[in-house]
Design a protein around this ligand. Structure first.
Ligand SMILES: Nc1ncnc2c1ncn2[C@@H]1O[C@H](COP(=O)(O)OP(=O)(O)O)[C@@H](O)[C@H]1O
Ligand SMILES: O=C(O)C(=O)C[C@H](O)[C@H](O)COP(=O)(O)O
Length: 312
């Protein structure tokens, strides 16, 4: 079985059930990715989530919810006084999402210090893959960035495949320059990058997948997959170039986790041996399903029923 370590923040999620009623769940870009990855490849990959939570009831419930998904929680550290961040989803009538956050002092920001205090680098077994996002980078305390990059570079030296989704959230960065400097390190470190075109439009004013692919060709990235809502997905690896058309969803309810569910199910399909094109087709079906429901994480039983109808 392959092993992946996924680093970042998991939060309390509030999604609108009706105008004054909020449905509470747990999510966050890397959390959602971990859940969809494990659900789509339970036998092929061990998924470890690396983060920090508190010792309160909500944090304990979050850990149980990940364990119910068969996700390894041994790298989730417990901070004695801090707790989970929270985010609220707002949707336009066409389902496009935006988020409001309460996360400035969350436990997850301390993940690297807590990891260093509890696990010695010499005994940490390098996984096959490590995943982090632009959100994982944005939330880290500035004084723990060196620890983070040492951790990633050490894993890479040991043969771990480094996977990055820029997931740019302007609100989480002190300045654009700081964000770009961290992304520069991420692009240099990564073997696989899975951006949305929107990330690059907002941050680098690039307005086409071709321009993004050209921008990223300056780095030594093995594979690039560019998502753009219902537009074709672009795959680039050396001279291999694919454009995979997808069927647009006619009634989008909530686009939250479109990209995260895509990433998780794509990695699952690859872990199960599918080639990039078929893995993209599979992942597009999963994210199309996710955006027809409220919140980041689709009900587990409902998801199982849907996935059993997909042959892959
Ligand atoms: N309207 C849509 N119809 C069908 N699939 C969609 C639609 N919007 C998004 N998707 C799927 O979700 C993936 C990620 O969407 P995108 O909006 O680019 O990501 P993000 O959530 O990161 O902004 C797309 O590549 C596509 O597979
Ligand atoms: O913004 C954050 O920090 C979060 O983690 C909240 C959301 O769960 C993801 O942002 C959803 O990501 P998309 O797949 O791009 O819709």
């Amino acid at each position: 079985m392959k092993r992946i370590v996924i680093i970042g923040e998991s939060m309390l999620e509030l999604s609108p059930a009706s105008p004054d009623l909020w449905q509470q769940s747990f999510a966050g870009d890397v959390h959602s990715l971990a859940v969809y990855l494990k659900r789509c490849a339970p036998e092929a990959i061990q998924v470890s989530f690396m983060s920090a939570v508190g010792i309160d009831a909500a944090s304990t419930k979050l850990i149980s919810s990940l364990q119910q998904e068969d996700i390894d929680t041994s790298l989730i550290y417990k901070h004695p006084s801090k707790t989970l961040g929270l985010y609220m989803i707002n949707n336009t009538p066409s389902g496009e999402r935006s988020f409001q956050y309460w996360r400035n002092d969350s436990a997850a920001k301390q993940v690297m210090h807590l990891h260093q205090a509890q696990v010695s680098a010499a005994t940490f077994t390098a996984p096959d893959q490590v995943f982090f996002s632009g959100i994982s980078l944005a939330i880290l305390e500035k004084d723990s960035r060196d620890l983070f990059w040492d951790f990633i570079h050490r894993l890479k030296q040991q043969g771990t495949q480094v996977i990055f989704d820029p997931n740019y959230r302007a609100k989480l960065w002190g300045s654009i320059e700081d964000c770009k400097a961290q992304y520069e390190l991420a692009f240099h470190a990564s073997n696989l990058v899975l951006p949305s075109l929107e990330d690059f439009t907002n941050l680098y004013q690039l307005d086409s997948a071709i321009a993004v692919s050209k921008f990223l060709s300056a780095y030594n990235i093995d594979e690039i997959i560019i998502k753009d809502g219902p537009a074709p997905i672009i795959y680039q690896s050396g001279q291999d170039h694919l454009e995979v058309a997808i069927e647009p969803v006619t009634q989008v309810i909530d686009t939250t986790a479109a990209g995260d569910s895509f990433n998780g199910s794509y990695l699952a399909a690859r872990a199960r041996g599918l080639n990039p094109e078929n893995a993209i087709r599979f992942a597009a079906k999963i994210s199309a399903l996710v955006i027809q429901h409220k919140g980041a994480i689709l009900n587990r039983e409902l998801f199982k029923r849907h996935i059993s109808k997909l042959h892959y």
